[in-house]
Design a protein around this ligand. Structure first.
Ligand SMILES: [Zn+2]
Length: 167
């Protein structure tokens, strides 16, 4: 690998996601994946079991600002995150969203509907509860247990993508 290592920008005093990657201690549940482009952890705003966040390590505000290596590695990483969730939770699908309205640092939220959820607790109704930070969804202990399971899966897998050739 060549080139300089991307680092979070100097805007950390106003960016909670830069703060996360610069903090000396890992987020609750630890880092599921971490390299110099991408970091994967539990959902930073809501401790819901089976919800993860992929964020860029460097501070960029929109996906339009991804550099070539970030763009090339996002797809394989998203695929792996989805596979980890399928294996860890037994889910039949994963949901993904990225808004960036309150925290303007590129991040994707990826999660699984709860096991055995009825139709009113899946899809749009579930996302509305997550967007509304529904406190009944919070299970901090359950989230940490599931994050450990996902981290063990991730640790046993090859890296989700080879080093991009465009560096
Ligand atoms: Zn940031």
């Amino acid at each position: 690998m060549s080139g300089s290592r991307p680092t979070p920008s100097a805007t950390t005093e106003t960016c909670t996601l830069c703060d996360r990657v610069l903090a000396p201690t890992p987020p609750p549940g630890g880092w599921i994946h971490r390299d110099h482009r991408w970091a994967v952890s539990g959902h930073p705003g809501l401790a819901v079991p089976g919800w993860l966040a992929l964020q860029t390590v460097r501070h960029i505000a929109t996906f339009a600002e991804l550099d070539e290596p970030e763009a090339l590695t996002l797809g394989p990483l998203l695929r792996e995150v989805s596979r980890w969730l399928h294996r860890a939770t037994g889910t039949d699908r994963t949901y993904t969203y990225a808004l960036g309205e309150s925290v303007r640092h590129v991040h994707l939220l990826v999660g699984a509907p709860p096991a055995g959820a009825d139709p009113d607790s899946r899809g749009g109704p579930l996302l509305n509860r997550i967007f509304g930070r529904d406190p009944t969804l919070i299970d901090a202990d359950g989230s940490v247990v599931l994050l450990a399971k996902i981290a063990a899966l991730a640790a046993g897998e090859p890296k989700p993508y080879p080093a991009p050739r465009c560096e």
